[in-house]
Design a protein around this ligand. Structure first.
Ligand SMILES: *Cc1c(COP(=O)(O)O)cnc(C)c1O
Length: 833
C-alpha cells in the first residue's frame, strides 16, 4: 500500500452524475467529513484520510439510530443486560457498520463516483484486537446479536491502548511486536471525559459507628485511579437497535505532580501517572493459560468497579430504587475474569447503598450470572489471599463473610462432610491459601452456564461437581454461536448471493429457519457447480494473499486443509503436523500413486510465555520449508504457516477452506466457534467429538463430517486407569513411529538436529493430550477425506448440506436463549425466532 497522498482517488473531470439522491448525499457527507473533520481536500488526502472520512460519515447514521434506540429502551423501561468481558475481539468495523446500516451499496456507489477503491479503504482499518481468541470473539458476536434482537445490551470492558501483539515470524520463530491500533485515532469511539469514576486500591478497612449505633466498614484506599468511558455504538442488522460498548481507560487523578516536578524530580512527578495508566496499557496475551500477575488483578477490578458504579448510577437515575435491580438489570460475567464483581456488587450495595447484608446478597445473586469457558485446571483463576488483602482489603473481608455464611448455611442443613466443605469453599487452603474465583462466581450467580452440551455436562461432573450437587438448578447450557452477518454475508458475498438467488432474500433476515431450504439443492448438479465456483473464488483470493505476503504459490485445485486458532497443546496442532509428516513420508515412498493434492494451512498465535506452543510454531515452519523445497512432493503437498492470525485474516481464510481441522483432545475444547464459521461456509470438518462438534454432528449428520478419535468418556477412562502406554501405541503404528523419529532426529531441523528431541520425548513419555492414542484413527479419517474428494458429487453434496444445516449456530439463537432463560430480557415483539 502506498502512503502517497491522492493514492486512493484518481482525479478526473467530474462528469455529470446520474447517481441516486442517497448516493449523492453520502458522497457529499464523505467530502464534508474529509474537509471539516479530517482537514484535507481530495487532492492531498491519504488513503487513511479517506477511511476516516467514510467512517465518520457512516458514524453519523449510527448516532441517529443510537439516540432513537436509547429513547426506546427508556420509554419501554426495558430490562438492561450488561455483558462484562475483559476481551472484545472486534476486528474491523467499516463494512460491518455499512452493511448493518443498509448503506454498503450506497457507500460503494458514492466511492465509485469519487474514484476511491473501497477494497483498499477497507484494508487500512486496523483490527480492534482487544481479545485473544474465541472468548473475545464470542463477546463481539454477542454484542452484534443483542443489537439485532433489540435487547438493551451494554458491553463493558477495557480500552487497551495495545491489543493482542502482532505476530512476526522470523526464521520460523514467533516474535511479538507491539500492536498499535490507535495510532491514527479511532473514528468509531466517543470519548466521554464526563463519565468517570474513582477506583480504589490498597489501604485499610476501619469499623466506624454512626449516630444510629450501627457499625459500618469503611475502606480507605491508598491509591485512587480514574476510569474514563469511551463509547462505541454497535448497530444491529437492518438498524434494529444500536447498543453501546463502553470501554474504560485508566487515568491518574493528576497528570503531573507539579510540586515534585518543580523541585526537580521530573521522572518522579509522572511515576504515579505511569503506574495508573499501565492498567489499560496492554491486553494480557494469555489464552486458556494462567495469567497470574498483580497487574491482571488490577485490570479485573478496575473495569468491574467502574462498570458496576456506572450501571448502578444509571439504574438509580432511571428507577430510583435499588431494590428493583434484578427486575431491571442482568449482569453476565464472561468467564471468571470479572468474578470480583460478586464482592464488588456486595460492597457497593452494603457499604455505599447501605443495604442489609442478606438482602444485598439476594439482590446480587438474582442479578449476576456467569459463563464458564474452560475446564483446564491451569486456566481456573485463583488469587493469593495475601495479594487480595493488600490490593482489595474490603473485598477480602466480604469474600470471607460470603464463605462463612455459606458454610453456616450448609451446616444448618446438616451437611458436615469435611471433603465437601473443603471443595466448595472460596478459599483453597492447599496451594498457599488462594481465592477460587470460579467458586466465587458460582456462589454469587443464579445461573452458571457452559458453552456446549458436552462442556456443560462435564462441568457438572468435574469442576463444579460438588457445587452442582448443592445447587442442581443453577448450571445450564448455552451453546455458542457466531454472527452470520460477519461470518457469512461479509466474508462471503459470493455464497450469500448464491443463497439469495436460490432460497430467497429471507436468508438475510432469518437464516436460522431459511438455510435449511438449501437441502434439496445439494442434489442439483447445476447448483453444486455454482457452489464450487464461489469456493474457487475464495481460494484464489487466499492464494493471492499467501503469494503477496509469503511468496508461496498455492495450487487452488488442491484440498485446502485448514487449522487456524490459538496455538495450544490441547488443540493439537502437533497431531496435524504429525499427519503432515507421515503423509510426506508416504508420498516420498511412493510418489507414483495418485495422491490427492493438499495444501495444509496453519495460522495462530502462541502466548508469549508458552514455550511449548512457540516451539510448535517453529516446527510448523521447519516442516513447511522442508516440504515446500522438496521436488518429489511438488504439486501434491504444500504447507504454509500464515503469520499474525487475527479476525481479518480469518475472514479471508475461512471461506477458502475445504477441510476444517477441529481435532482437540475430547473433553478439552469447551465449544469452539471457528468450527461453526467453517461449516457455515461449506467446509467439511475433520474432528473429534469435542465441544460443539458434537452438536454439529447431530445437526449436520456425522456422515457429512470426518469424526475420529476417542470420545471424552474414553479419554477419561484411559487417563484415569493409568494404563495408557504410549510406547506400546507407537510401537504398533509404523507411520506414527516414522513421523516421530524423523522430527526427533532433525530431518526438519538440520541446522539444529536436537531442536525437537525434547518435544518428541515429552510426547513419548507423557502424552497428556493423547496425540499418539488418536493418531491412527486420525490418519484413517484423512484417507477418507482423500477418497471423498475424488468423488466430487458426494463431496460437494456434503458441503452444501453443511451450509444448509448450520443455521442453529447463529449467535442470534444463542442470545435469544440467554435472554429468555437467564436474563428475562427479551423484548416482547422479538420473542419468536
Ligand atoms: C473464531 C475465532 C477464534 C476462535 O477459534 P477456535 O478455533 O474456535 O478456537 C479465534 N480467533 C479468531 C480471530 C476468530 O475469528
Amino acid at each position: 500500500m502506498s502512503a502517497e497522498p491522492n493514492s486512493a482517488a484518481k482525479q478526473k473531470d467530474a462528469p455529470t452524475s446520474h447517481a441516486s439522491p442517497d448516493v449523492q448525499a453520502f458522497k457529499h457527507s464523505i467530502l464534508a467529513k474529509l474537509k471539516y473533520a479530517v482537514g484535507k481536500d481530495p487532492a492531498n488526502a491519504y488513503i487513511h484520510d479517506w477511511f476516516e472520512a467514510i467512517a465518520l460519515a457512516a458514524r453519523d447514521h449510527l448516532v441517529d439510530n443510537w439516540e432513537e434506540s436509547e429513547a426506546r429502551v427508556d420509554r419501554k423501561q426495558q430490562k438492561r443486560v450488561y455483558y462484562l468481558s475483559l476481551e472484545f475481539l472486534i476486528g474491523r468495523l467499516l463494512v460491518d457498520c455499512l452493511s448493518n446500516l443498509g448503506l454498503l451499496e450506497t457507500a460503494k456507489a458514492a466511492l465509485a463516483e469519487l474514484d476511491v477503491d473501497i477494497e483498499r479503504i477497507r484494508e487500512v482499518e486496523p483490527d480492534a484486537a482487544l481479545g485473544n481468541g474465541g472468548l473475545g470473539r464470542l463477546a463481539a458476536c454477542f454484542m452484534e446479536s443483542m443489537a439485532t434482537l433489540n435487547i438493551a445490551g451494554h458491553g463493558y470492558g477495557i480500552r487497551y491502548e495495545h491489543g493482542l501483539f502482532k505476530q512476526v515470524i522470523s526464521d520460523g520463530w514467533q516474535h511479538e511486536h507491539t500492536e498499535t491500533w490507535l495510532d491514527f485515532g479511532n473514528p468509531w469511539e466517543f470519548e466521554r471525559p464526563e463519565v468517570s469514576y474513582n477506583i480504589g486500591f490498597g489501604g485499610s478497612v476501619n469499623t466506624v459507628t454512626e449516630r444510629n449505633d450501627v457499625p459500618r466498614q469503611h475502606w480507605q484506599p491508598t491509591e485512587i485511579i480514574r476510569a474514563i468511558a469511551y463509547d462505541t455504538p454497535v448497530v444491529g442488522w437492518r438498524r434494529a437497535g444500536v447498543n453501546t460498548l463502553r470501554l474504560w481507560r485508566a487515568r491518574a487523578l493528576e497528570d503531573l505532580q507539579l510540586e515534585r516536578f518543580n523541585a526537580g524530580d521530573h521522572l518522579g512527578a509522572v511515576a504515579d501517572v505511569v503506574r495508573a495508566e499501565s492498567i489499560s496499557r496492554v491486553l494480557y496475551p494469555a489464552d486458556s493459560t494462567e495469567a497470574g500477575q498483580e497487574l491482571r488483578l488490577r485490570q479485573e477490578y478496575f473495569f468491574v468497579s467502574a462498570s458496576l458504579q456506572d450501571l448502578l448510577h444509571r439504574h438509580m437515575r432511571l428507577h430510583g430504587d435499588i431494590h428493583s435491580l434484578p427486575e431491571k438489570v442482568a449482569i453476565q460475567l464472561n468467564d471468571t475474569h470479572p468474578a470480583i464483581a460478586v464482592a464488588e456488587l456486595m460492597r457497593q450495595l452494603v457499604d455505599v447503598y447501605r443495604i442489609e447484608w442478606f438482602a444485598a446478597w439476594e439482590l446480587s445473586v438474582a442479578t449476576l450470572s456467569y459463563t464458564n469457558h474452560t475446564l483446564l485446571p491451569e486456566a481456573l483463576e485463583s488469587w493469593p489471599v495475601s495479594l487480595m488483602e493488600r490490593l482489595l482489603p474490603r473485598h477480602m473481608q466480604i469474600i470471607y463473610l460470603i464463605n462463612a455464611y455459606h458454610i453456616d448455611s450448609l451446616r444448618a442443613q446438616d451437611i458436615h462432610d469435611f471433603e465437601l466443605l473443603r471443595s466448595v469453599s472460596l478459599i483453597d487452603e492447599e496451594h498457599g491459601r488462594r481465592v477460587r474465583m470460579g467458586n466465587l462466581a458460582f456462589l454469587g450467580s443464579h445461573s452458571i452456564n457452559g458453552v456446549s452440551a458436552l462442556h456443560t455436562d462435564l462441568m457438572r461432573e468435574t469442576v463444579f461437581r460438588d457445587l452442582h450437587n448443592l445447587y442442581p438448578d443453577r448450571i445450564r447450557n448455552k451453546t455458542n454461536g457466531v454472527t452470520f452477518r460477519r461470518w457469512l454475508y461479509q466474508v462471503n458475498p459470493q455464497l450469500t448471493q448464491l443463497l439469495i438467488e436460490n432460497i430467497g432474500q429471507g436468508v438475510l433476515d432469518s437464516p436460522e429457519s431459511s438455510l435449511i431450504k438449501l437441502e434439496p439443492f445439494a442434489e442439483k448438479p447445476a447448483f453444486r457447480k455454482q457452489f464450487i465456483a464461489q469456493r474457487q473464488h475464495s481460494k484464489a483470493a487466499l492464494a493471492r494473499l499467501v503469494k503477496e505476503r509469503m511468496n508461496i504459490d498455492l495450487n487452488t485445485e488442491a484440498i485446502f486443509d485448514v487449522q487456524v486458532k490459538r496455538i495450544h497443546e490441547y488443540k493439537r496442532q502437533l497431531l496435524n503436523l504429525l499427519h503432515t509428516v507421515a503423509l510426506y513420508q508416504a508420498i516420498r515412498n511412493d510418489p507414483t500413486t495418485d495422491w490427492v493434492p493438499r495444501v495444509k494451512i496453519f495460522a495462530g498465535k502462541a502466548a508469549a510465555s508458552y514455550h511449548q506452543a512457540k516451539l510448535i510454531i517453529k516446527l510448523a515452519n521447519d516442516i513447511s520449508r522442508t516440504i515446500n523445497d522438496d521436488p518429489t512432493v511438488r504439486g501434491l503437498l504444500k504447507v504454509v504457516f500464515i503469520p499474525n492470525y487475527n479476525v481479518s485474516l480469518a475472514e479471508t481464510i475461512i471461506p477458502a477452506a475445504d477441510l476444517s481441522e477441529q481435532i482437540s483432545t475430547a473433553g478439552m475444547e469447551a465449544s469452539g466457534t471457528s468450527n461453526m464459521k467453517f461449516a457455515l461456509n461449506g467446509a467439511l470438518t475433520i474432528g473429534t467429538l469435542d465441544g460443539a462438534n458434537v452438536e454439529m454432528s447431530q445437526l449436520i449428520g456425522a456422515e457429512h463430517m470426518f469424526i475420529f478419535g476417542m470420545t471424552a468418556q474414553e479419554v477419561k477412562v484411559r487417563m484415569g486407569n493409568g494404563d495408557y502406554d504410549t510406547i506400546h501405541v507407537i510401537k504398533n503404528s509404523e507411520r506414527l513411529n516414522g513421523a516421530l523419529e524423523a522430527i526427533s532426529k532433525g530431518v526438519f531441523s538440520p541446522d539444529d538436529p536436537e531442536r525437537y528431541t525434547g518435544l518428541i520425548d515429552g510426547l513419548v513419555h507423557h502424552d497428556r493430550y493423547m496425540l499418539c492414542a488418536d493418531f491412527d484413527s486420525y490418519w484413517d479419517a484423512q484417507r477418507k477425506v482423500d477418497e471423498l474428494w475424488q468423488n466430487p458429487n458426494q463431496w460437494w453434496r456434503s458441503a452444501v448440506l453443511n451450509t444448509a444445516r448450520t443455521g442453529w449456530f447463529s449467535s442470534d439463537r444463542t442470545i435469544r436463549e440467554y435472554a429468555e432463560d437467564i436474563w428475562k430480557a427479551m423484548p416482547p415483539e422479538k420473542k419468536k425466532g
